[in-house]
Design a binder for this molecule. Sequence first.
Ligand code: NOJ
Length: 572
Amino acid sequence: MEKQKWWQKGIIYQIYPKSFMDTTGSGTGDLPGITSKLDYLRDLGVGAVWLTPVYPSPMVDNGYDIADYTGIDPSYGTMEDFDRLVTEAKKRGIRIVMDLVFNHSSDHHAWFLESKKDRTNPRADWYIWRDAKPNGSAPTNWRSIFGGSAWTWCEERGQYYLHTFAPQQPDLNWENPEVRRALYDAARFWLDKGVYGFRIDAITYIKKPMEFKDGKPDGKDGMAGVHFMTANTPGILDFLREFRREVFKGHDLFSVGEANGVAPDELKDWVGERGVFDMLFEFSHMLLSFQEGEVWCYPREPLAGKPLEGWTPSDGWKLTELKRALSASQAATRDNGWYPIFFENHDQPRSVNHFFPKGADTKKAAKAMATVLLTLRGTPFIFQGQELGFANVGWPSIEEYNDISSHGQYEFALKEGFTPEQAMGFVHLFSRDNARTPMQWDATVNAGFTSGKAKPWLPVHDDYAVVNAEVEARDPDSVLSWYHKLVQFRREHQELTAGDYEELMPESEEVYAFARTLGHSRLITVVNFSLNEVKLPEEITRGRAILLSSHGEEAGAVLHPLEARVYGTCQD
Ligand code: NOJ
């Protein structure tokens, strides 16, 4: 077997800096806060940390609106704080990975401020400008991903500019070689600072179609989701090959692209030997609750239009669909590329609420999900708080939500004819704020996230007295201790990093079972996603010892509700 790269063997931990650790008492997290928690991450077995954007930003989309690609936002600290973080992380064997947001900048970026002045300035062509339709309306009927038209009128130029996301996030014009060069320079700036790789945001949207045409309306507002019109447009790979050549070549780094809209049969052009990235985040297993693509679309039948009280996202789909999606991704990256395993990030609800039936015990559900995460084939991504069993929040009114997309989703749902209660139901289930509440370090005021002088920028989840790092570190039965156990187990079993994947019991609507085989050695993971007891087939249990069980001593012939186990090689 070919030698594996560091990022294939390691575990990556995603930090949302605003919510991780505040050392100044401002109510928002900062870089020294991350540095102060590096021992926690080292003890968890983390090999690399992916930081969501820490660049100067007006924070309309919490940093995904960048005003300067080579600076640090003062609310997070200074460039010296960043350098210290890189150095201290390195001492602990942890590499820092940055987020590149190259589809768009902030409307406060100097490039955009110049570009919008008139049609003849040196940066006039750095963004996507178009004239109005003859009747004065926007050039096309495209709806932005955060809701409302994807075009905003600019008085100075007398033209519209395109924004796939918020109006404060104008799309950059990748057709212009100067734009591309400026972006590559920015990426190289961070490589020179000692970062080991990049997560590349919204990358499938960078190439726009040759001709801008109205799309078929997909909502009552008469608009067509911009992502259906611009994702993965022919010619995109030419840009990305150049990007790879100019930035990645000759560095021991890793790259993962956020890639909506890439079909499995196109994967060979995107990842692996002949591809442009090492891995791609694709969302087939995360979007099962929706009819198509993005959160702006209706939840699937039987959920659409029903009162939302009482249902969970998993009411809308079957476990076999989740397993099929995961197995398809495993198959697609078997011989080519590599798979980033994730069930949470800063854009998704918490997995204990997303993937399990209503009423599921969150601690058991968190352990079940962790077992899949750390035993599937690929690189596991842990999102902050996932290792403690964080759960969704459910604030009563839309005003309490910070997330720009939750506000868009709420407005969209009202326009589509849902009641305010139903619209709030969507927000409760899918708001990105579910993932963004502050880290819970201990049981003191504000969960130890901030010194308490200022209010945290988002409220701390009210379960913090029980769900926190300090309490869980002392409890051998906690979610955190289960993560530690799994990480250690993964380290000791090469089958889990290098072995093949094979799905077992594919028809089961209760259990996800799969084998990881390396030579003669074969481990089997079985995870009960249901609230029922399940008797496992003999082919799985006969002659095999239970090496790990989330029910500890109680493990027997029958799998308990939400129990996760790993069986060893058959000794018959
Ligand atoms: C995807 C990021 O993960 C999300 O948080 C952000 O809002 C959009 N891209 C726009 O940059």
